[in-house]
Design a protein around this ligand. Structure first.
Ligand code: GDP
Length: 285
């Protein structure tokens, strides 16, 4: 009996291994749920039905596999080909502005620390073991909605928060594994959609504008750096400090690599499809 009992105790206390994760963020309507559904329909989980856009507060995630030799497609049946597979979780997050703190809490270890010592968002923050396995962030945008300009400010505002959270992970000498970001310019099957290069330049321009406005707000408030308690987070400046224009390249200083790649989830045969996104993700696992 003893060996059996010992085995039971050992297996009960052995911490289960957390899978590497890729977090999917972006504004509502960008196509996150559609992408999850497309990837999920792959042969490895053929029993799954189409996922409905979820309005719940908890993110949903699906388990996916990439071939170890990384040249795979999400359409490949890795079981059938007998190739070695690496499993990972693709975590969907709600895009609604009021629920974004849940998405952002996935990227930071302990939420935002307040001056009084309380930690906002600590209840929903991902446990350190999950964070250690955070491999990449996919920020999805609707390239057709960005074309008419209305969606640009709110989309860029959200992206600013995401990039700033990742910047703060490494700022101040914190030891954190670099997390690359894919800006997935979706809906390129629509002829009204902006091409990826324009999505990139428009976002960079808008992020620069937000950066300027925020730093001005801080100056206008009359609060000098000396007035703030030591250690308090005051630096909301994204990218290279004091630079005039914002570019995604400036994020490299904080080990955050940003790629903008166009594609589409819906509209088979039209547009570049989702394969480039899949390959980008596969490389990061
Ligand atoms: P979410 O809020 O980010 O999860 O967005 P959804 O996945 O619910 O998608 C919002 C809408 O955009 C749905 O009606 C989708 O069918 C549509 N959609 C998603 N991807 C594409 C695409 O690549 N092209 C087109 N034309 N429509 C898309």
């Amino acid at each position: 009996l003893a060996p059996i009992l010992l085995h039971f105790i050992l297996s009960a206390t052995t911490p289960y291994t957390t899978l590497p994760s890729v977090v999917l963020v972006g504004p509502s309507g960008a196509g996150k749920t559609a992408l999850l559904t497309l990837f999920e329909r792959g042969p490895l989980s053929s029993s799954s039905s189409a996922a409905a856009t979820h309005t719940s507060q908890t993110p949903s995630s699906i388990e996916l596999s990439v071939s170890a030799n990384s040249t795979s497609s999400f359409r490949d049946d890795l079981d059938a080909t007998g190739s070695a597979a690496k499993k990972f979780l693709l975590v969907d997050t709600p895009g609604h502005a009021k629920l974004r703190r849940h998405a952002l809490s996935r990227l930071t270890a302990s939420g935002t620390k307040h001056a009084n010592g309380s930690i906002a968002g600590s209840g929903t923050a991902a446990p350190p073991s999950t964070l250690a396995k955070l491999k990449a962030v996919v920020f999805m945008v609707d390239a057709a909605a960005l074309a008419d300009g209305d969606a640009l400010p709110s989309t860029a505002e959200y992206l600013y928060e995401v990039l700033l959270a990742l910047q703060k992970r490494v700022a101040g000498g914190k030891k954190a594994a670099p997390v690359p970001v894919l800006v997935a310019a979706n809906k390129l099957d629509l002829f009204t959609a902006l091409p990826a290069a324009l999505v990139k330049s428009n976002l960079e321009m808008e992020l620069g504008r937000i950066r300027k406005t925020r730093s001005k707000g801080l100056l206008d408030s009359g609060v000098g750096a000396d007035d703030l308690a030591a250690g308090e987070e005051t630096d909301d400046w994204l990218g290279e400090y004091g630079s005039d224009k914002f570019t995604f390249k400036q994020m490299l200083e904080f080990d955050v690599e940003v790629d903008v790649i166009g594609g589409n989830v819906v509209g088979e045969g039209e547009g570049p499809g989702a394969d480039k996104w899949w390959r980008w993700i596969a490389e990061k696992i």
